[in-house]
Design a protein around this ligand. Structure first.
Ligand SMILES: Nc1ncnc2c1ncn2[C@@H]1O[C@H](COP(=O)(O)OP(=O)(O)OP(=O)(O)O)[C@@H](O)[C@H]1O
Ligand SMILES: Cc1cn([C@H]2C[C@H](O)[C@@H](COP(=O)(O)O)O2)c(=O)[nH]c1=O
Length: 209
């Protein structure tokens, strides 16, 4: 079935992905894409409400996984799938790779259960391309400390973010054609050039209509 492009942006907190999504969107618009930008958890009123709970209330790993997949279901059904069917290019700040990296590798939650939830919620939908912004956790922690107060996840220690980073590396190794690694330890300008080199060649896709 024809559909628009679905591109996701991933990395540990403070890796720098959010700094480049607007530039990627602009480059794609210049290539003729109709771009829809969103984020996870979030992107709908219900999912944004779940995000607030997720980022600030104490909970165990199963509750984390159920909340992010509940938010994802609403987001997919009401925003992402309709946009892809219209032929739009959807840019999403985080998606299911984050669940495997944070709840799976970071928390040690059962990957088979995450895969089952993924199958129920996504019904086969996967990103066409994922930009993984990779940076050493100590560098990301310095960037976060300079930028903002920590939320519940950002307050985790370096060992947690090392595990999350290894979770992302496992996702890349499992699907290197989709998950493209960007060295986010470079300057903002160099990272931006790497992002543009990946997105500028992408042609818009037609929708069903
Ligand atoms: N390559 C870079 N060099 C130096 N500072 C950077 C770089 N990239 C981002 N930063 C700075 O690091 C901080 C975090 O960046 P940003 O918010 O883009 O990260 P993020 O990966 O989206 O984090 P999160 O997922 O936690 O929201 C910002 O203050 C940003 O200006
Ligand atoms: C989608 C998703 C996200 N997380 C974590 C990762 C971050 O710590 C926060 C989101 O904050 P951001 O500033 O918008 O990046 O949520 C997670 O643990 N699991 C997920 O599936």
């Amino acid at each position: 079935m024809a559909h628009g492009l679905f591109i996701t942006f991933e990395g540990i907190d403070g890796a720098g992905k959010s700094s480049h999504i607007e530039a990627a969107a602009q480059a794609l618009r210049e290539q003729g894409h109709e771009v829809v930008m969103s984020r996870e958890p979030g992107g709908t009123p219900l999912a944004e409400a779940l995000r607030e709970l997720f980022l600030h209330r104490p909970m165990d790993a199963l509750t984390e996984a159920l909340l992010v997949f509940a938010a994802r279901r609403d987001h997919l059904a009401t925003v992402i799938e309709p946009a892809l069917q219209r032929g739009c290019t959807v840019l999403c700040d985080r998606f299911t790779d984050a669940t495997f990296a944070y709840q799976g590798a970071g928390r040690g939650f059962d990957l088979a259960v995450l895969s089952q939830l993924e199958a129920w919620v996504q019904q086969g939908r996967q990103p066409d391309m994922t930009l993984w912004f990779d940076v050493p956790p100590a560098v990301a922690a310095q960037r976060r400390a300079a930028a903002r107060a920590a939320d519940r996840l950002e307050a985790e220690d370096l060992a947690f973010f090392e595990r999350v980073r290894s979770g992302y590396e496992a996702r890349r190794a499992a699907d290197p054609g989709r998950v493209r690694c960007i060295d986010s330890g470079q300057s903002l300008e160099a990272v931006r050039a790497a992002v543009l080199a990946l997105v500028q060649p992408l042609q818009p896709r037609g929708g069903l209509l």
